[in-house]
Design a protein around this ligand. Sequence first.
Ligand code: NAI
Ligand code: MG
Length: 366
Amino acid sequence: MPNPSLLILPGDGIGPEVMAEVRKVIDWFGTHRNLTFDVTEDLVGGCAYDKHGTPLTDETMAQAQRVDAVLLGAVGGPKYDDLDFSVKPERGLLRLRKEMDLFANLRPAQCFDALADFSSLKKDVVAGLDIVIVRELTSGIYFGEPRGIIEEGNERVGINTQRYTESEIERVCRSAFELAMRRGKKLCSMEKANVMESGVLWRQIATEVGKDYPDVELSHMYADNGAMQLVRNPKQFDVIVTDNLFGDLLSDAAAMLTGSLGMLPSASLGAPMENGRPKALYEPVHGSAPDIAGQGKANPIACILSFAMALRYSFDRGDDAMALEGAVEAVLAQGLRTADLLGEDGKDPVTTSEMGDAIVAALGAG
Ligand code: NAI
Ligand code: MG
């Protein structure tokens, strides 16, 4: 069997700083777990524009299509704010998502016990929380036609259209059921079938796909109630699947149940490739954080947990993913904090590199 392949795109700002810590983790798995990746590294975003005049070259795009998984840091920064829209750093990321057709965006909300006090909710509501929201990412109201601002009579009308085909709903629901199978076997589908036809169709198709997954307990919830339940008692959920718009809102709300932006990983998955693995891009939720770039202040955990997701969802190494998450939990329990986890007057933060080293140390010599 050939080694699994990874394309690493550190990007701009703190991207390269947090990715350097992921490289330490990848090396650890090579040495201690006989899990060696064929790694290629390339440019994306502003740094690619600086060198090639485009935020993503065709060669890099082709490589992304070939590898088993792509791991990305972050793109963008004030230096590029005045660039033409067509070559802005973000366009590189959008092109990756679009051409790889990454229709299922997975956003976990996982609360590490040591950080439960950091949540804006009561500790016992979030302690031990571990849920995943699957957001449809390539269709729905952000893409539907007709759209625009038109003149009608003597006023302007803003138009967007929620449009979902059966196959678009089916594939994202299938991803969510597959995910639920690997987790707590509970899936809650959220829409507004009470007021939206696209929601009626969504509910029907979720139910139909569910027949292929008799072991998964499927429930349906109106998305507004879902928002309420997420804040009231988030631990009632395991996996949630929802459309692009509701998923945008619900995943941001769920993310903040657990604290800092510097802790949040994500995965975007597409259709299965020939080897059965889904096309996949893993990246932290945060951006390039230009305000702290180059100062050793960035929290590498979001990027490291994104790699844990890659182990789980692209490489079938759920045990190794858990070991890595356990190492993160252990260093947090020891009291190690980067500046973002300390608040205004926090003392003695560790650096990006110290946090990475501590996580590798916690993985152990095993
Ligand atoms: P941001 O996520 O870069 O930063 C927001 C705030 O959180 C900043 O104060 C930052 O210092 C802090 N922060 C973010 N990640 C952190 C980490 N790992 N450790 C410690 N603190 C962290 O969002 P912002 O400021 O809105 O955007 C900055 C640049 O990043 C822009 O050019 C934006 O377009 C780009 N961006 C890129 C994204 C991506 O590559 N996926 C996503 C969001 C923004
Ligand atoms: Mg959002």
